[in-house]
Ligand binder design. Structure first.
Ligand code: DX5
Ligand code: ZN
Length: 227
């Protein structure tokens, strides 16, 4: 199933609830919540208190991307805040397997992200244990960057490994994705697409989302998450 997950980094954060509703009405199945700590990435955003408030206004799937050092310290806070998917970075965890297990035991979907310089193969041993793999297509930290084409090969490697080993998994891409380069990543095996600027800065987000869904229709990978 193909999923569109608009990143709120590009929206008007003073009106987060309305912006979330806007993209949900425009056809987005998830909302992508980028949490940054100024240490793992050279930028800051918002954290679980904001997400808990948003939860009261929305029932869309909360796709929570933790760009924070030692995320295990805060996983429980994000679970309590109402996250449906929690993505931690491979590079940021001290106890990756323990963190994944903890997230899943709480009934929340667990995902692991890799930065552009991290090889796809680090995810192979844990692919069966996670619900989604996130291949960063830009250096994490900022919205509005250009997609790094070399990262697409990693999507292909992970999808191939999953197919060869009979693993059903969602593969997410995040950073610089728009309707023009979408084909590159979906054809390689991605089925969950994060797009911030391409959706929130568009005159008509519903048109962009519809165009993305139409393009991706022929690649029936992954299953997605419902609430
Ligand atoms: C980058 C974030 C992304 C980003 C995507 O660190 O993880 O989710 O906001 O925004 P665009 O689509 O504008 O690159
Ligand atoms: Zn993100």
């Amino acid at each position: 199933m193909f999923i569109v997950s608009p990143s709120v980094l590009a929206c008007d954060l003073a009106n987060l609830a309305a912006e979330t509703k806007k993209v949900e009405n425009a056809g987005a199945q998830y909302i992508h919540l980028d949490v940054m700590d100024g240490i793992f990435v050279p930028n800051m955003s918002f954290a679980h208190p904001v997400i808990a408030c948003l939860r009261k206004t929305s029932s869309i799937v909360f796709d929570t991307h933790l760009m924070i050092t030692k995320p295990e310290r805060f996983v429980d806070d994000f679970i309590k805040a109402g996250a449906d998917i929690i993505t931690v970075h491979y590079e940021a965890c001290e106890d990756l397997m323990g963190t994944i297990k903890h997230i899943k035991e709480a009934g929340v979907k667990a995902a692991v992200a890799i930065k552009p310089a991290t090889p796809a193969s680090v995810l192979f041993p844990i692919l069966r244990d996670i619900d989604m793999a996130l291949v960063m297509t830009v250096e994490p930290g900022f919205g509005g960057q250009k997609m790094i084409p070399a990262t697409v090969e990693k999507v292909r490697e992970i999808r191939q490994y999953a197919i060869d080993n009979g693993i059903e998994i969602d593969i997410q891409v995040d950073g610089g994705i728009n309707a023009n380069n979408l084909k590159l990543v979906t054809e390689a095996g991605a089925n969950v697409v994060v797009a911030g600027s391409a959706i929130f800065l568009a005159d008509d987000p519903s048109q962009v989302i519809a165009e993305m869904k139409e393009q991706a229709e022929k690649y029936p990978f992954g299953s997605g998450v419902d609430r």
